[in-house]
Design a binder for this molecule. Sequence first.
Ligand code: TRP
Ligand code: ZN
Length: 861
Amino acid sequence: MQAKPAAKLLKDYTPPSHQVAELALTFELAPHATLVSAKSTWLAVNNSRELTLQGVELELLEVKVNGVVHQDFTQTASELHLTSLPTQFTLDIQCRIDPAGNTSLEGLYQSGGAYCTQCEAEGFRKITYFLDRPDVLTQYTVTIIAPKEVPYLLSNGNKIDSGDLPDGRHFAKWHDPFNKPSYLFALVAGDFDVLEDTFVTQSGREVSLQLFVDKGNLGKAPHAMTSLKKAMAWDESRFKLEYDLDIYMIVAVDFFNMGAMENKGLNIFNSACVLANQETATDRDFHTIESIVGHEYFHNWTGNRITCRDWFQLSLKEGLTVFRDQEFSSDLGSRGLNRIDAVEAMRNHQFAEDAGPMAHPIRPEQVIEMNNFYTVTVYNKGAEVIRMLHTLLGEAGFQAGMQLYVSRHDGQAATCDDFVAAMADANDADLTQFKLWYSQFGTPRLVVDSVYDSTQQTLTLNIKQLPPKNNPEQAMLHIPVAIELLDDMGKSVPLSAQPNVSGKVLHVKAAEQSFTFTGVTSKPAVVMLEDFSAPVQVQFDSSLADKLHILRFARSDYARWEAMQQIYTVSVVQAINSGIKRLDAEIVAACGELLSKPVGDLALISELLTLPSFDTLIAQFETIPVEALCETLAAFEHQLACELKPLWLSCYAQLQEDGSLSAAAVGTRALKNTCLGYLAKVSDVQIDTWLKHALENPNMTLKLGALKAMVDATHSGLDDAMAAFDGAWRHDALVMDKWFALQAQRRDLAAITRVKGLYQHPRFDKGNPNRVRALVGSLARANPSVFHRADGSGYQLLGDLLVELNAINPQNASRMLTPFMSWRRFDSARGELIRAQLQRLAALSGLSDDLYEKVSKALEA
Ligand code: TRP
Ligand code: ZN
């Protein structure tokens, strides 16, 4: 390995040396030679005569101080160090940059024909030299000059001027009245179709809404626009937060590293998170778009008006904003289903991260490459921590805390401590122990046992708190454990009052605690950790009968699903231990009962009939038994398919939907697809007819459901169906991503060769993160039996790709590397094969900081 990049530490934080009063940027756009001039006004905070600015891959043309050419500076690959400065001065810096040559999708780059920017976290330094840190806030004025073939010239805030230039080019000038850090700067220039609308805020201001999409895509824009208006209305009603500018723009681009970016007044979105109609997008896509549009909008207060002091505080805006978008989705749709999604993200991804070499607290303490910390821990566990605060304080207390947080810190760059202090002060609450959630990594464990005393009519829960396995020294946390006790009639037993119990929540704070509930007239079934009230792992042995009782009677839909998941999980573990891969007759019967009366929330029924994923189940094993796990899941699915065949058939035949996006229609399609998924595993003429009809259905959810069913069943008609889909959709890259993802999930012998072959497909492009994730990401995350083939061919394929991506787009390379991080969880043969790929990367010349940080951590110790 080359010289080791240095880690930055949270404890080394120092305030900036200077304040910036204003920044005027002028861009003269040209694909390979864009001129950027930055004129700014500076004030030294402690009379400093020196200033160090960040800048990367910039060609520096000129530096002037107070209008005079300044020679007293030195340059490194990432910094400009200015000396002999006055304490107050204007600074003019001219640079040249190469947007067309920028494949990292960070800084100013080209997506298709359009110019766009991505500055979070530290991309502004690829545009000009600046104090590129989130606690330097200033007012931006931006002038964009371009040839007229580039008609739309956009930046943050309000357009204050525009016109033609004598040389035939044109310009637009934008002013953002709100102070902001550099990571929220945005520029877009290109030709688009525009969907326009308006929103009237609660105080009666009319906001102009503009959604920019590639020409020809207007028909796929309305859903995102509707979602935006719903988000604006919801934030007013639930959080009393109103939009603050007169214009809100969203631009959809095809080349983007993440989902979307909350730049002030000018959100930039991955087109996959904007564009949708019923022919091209699935019901899940519609849901994702609504939640991401909401997420970016909610950042306007939690992120933009109040930003982060430093990047270690990222969860201040991300955890909170994910919590807000989850609540938005839950208030507008099904709370239970949204909770299932959130918990699956935790169990499938966050638990693994928190137990692996990249484990970090939601507020990390050490960072080499900030892009590596946009993680499920910071985002999703961060949101769970906010959710626990909400559980502890209640909705009214939480909102009081929010109001205090906003009134104290509006316009500032704040810390996680500031947020918790506002929550504590507004509620007169002591959150000292709770705050440990911000500084301790790993998943805490609870071991619970229950003792029922029929003579005393008491139920005692003995709860032990164990620290995370990989962090044994950590202090005891304050864990809110929500429970429900169900009597034998399925009624909720009220919890008798006692210390450390409020409402349905037990406050677990010590290594061992007991809770005794009186007046419990019969032995209840205990719903433990109702609604996943804390991000912990629970060990609590309950009988199959109790779990089935919970499935029938729990007040929480989430709890019912969780009971079913536990039933399946216990069965999988037993099957692997005993070698007998069969589900209990009672469990099959419970599934049959769900199927025999498909009424109510059909989407929930569909979830109840779906086995836990490979990624969820691996938490049950010290060493992941790859083959046994894949075989057991396949055996259970086959058993359910065969033994319940008449019920799957009658259920499917009976399900009707109107093709709309109503919750009822969406739920019906979900259950139809689940039925078809099982049915495709047993051959039948009727089933083949249904598959054929679904493939021909114009609704993408149904079409894709059939194709996925055929992939999972290795159906004989699959090749033809895939070829037909390719023929029909080759013109639409976003639709083809679904096809790439399905190709990558096939399990036949040719699977690896097929994926490699698809690199040559005309729609494939290694420079486009959506394509790479669809194809190779699906192989690595959604096709365990092929990716983990014992011959290492899956690992080789990913390793080869990472070598290439390291040079093209380090941020995407680093995200794609994640499946390699848990190499120690596999048997030694597989572990060695993965380790060899990691070592190969470590030896790469020109290894990016992004990959260096993860590879070196993975190989450590
Ligand atoms: N702040 C963005 C969000 O949560 C995340 C994001 C978008 C991002 N693009 C990025 C983070 C590029 C790092 C790098 O919505
Ligand atoms: Zn965010």
